[in-house]
Ligand binder design. Structure first.
Ligand code: FMN
Length: 148
């Protein structure tokens, strides 16, 4: 069975909700899903998955959340060749560097040898109906990539 692993960082809940939406979409596609807060896992845990997803918010002035920095740094040293990845997250368009952490993880995953399965999804604060459609499409694109 295909395993999709989702790792998220969330301070006020928006990104956790995004991760839950993606998880539910994977489940509806009959995938096995693991979802973990980033402090509870290691980057190398992605080695057991077929689909690797990071969902993160952006903090400071376009900075990674503190709690996901170790995971981010370790990710570059993990070999994820043959796996599919996708990145999504929440930010606030009020800030100049909207959802920069999403782009940072997209670039970091590229160093692992994994294949990008779909475009990033950036959500302004909490996911609304149109975001949910995009997140479901995100999950569908990733699932389709695994099956060739
Ligand atoms: C101090 C502070 C700095 C922030 N900086 C950024 C930023 O640079 N870029 C951005 O897109 N969002 C920024 N945000 C907005 C958060 O990413 C946004 O509120 C997000 O929905 C939080 O996700 P969460 O509910 O999962 O914690 C910032 C929020 C705070 C409180």
């Amino acid at each position: 069975m295909t395993l999709a692993k989702i790792v998220y960082a969330s301070m006020t809940g928006n990104t956790e909700e995004i991760a839950d939406i993606v998880a539910e979409a994977f489940e509806n596609l009959d995938l096995e899903v693991e979802i973990d807060e980033c402090s509870a896992v290691e980057a190398s845990d992605f080695e057991n998955a077929d689909i690797c997803v990071v969902a993160t918010y952006t903090y400071g002035d376009g900075e990674l959340p503190d709690e996901i920095v170790d995971f981010y740094e370790d990710l570059a040293d993990v070999d994820l060749t043959g796996k599919i990845y996708g990145v999504c997250g929440s930010g606030d368009t009020f800030y100049d560097e909207f959802c920069k952490s999403v782009d940072d993880f997209d670039a970091q995953f590229a160093k692992t040898g994994a294949t990008k399965g779909t475009e990033v999804v950036k959500v302004d604060l909490a996911a609304e109906d149109d975001d949910i459609v995009k997140l479901e499409e995100f999950a569908k694109n990733l699932a389709e990539k695994v099956n060739g």
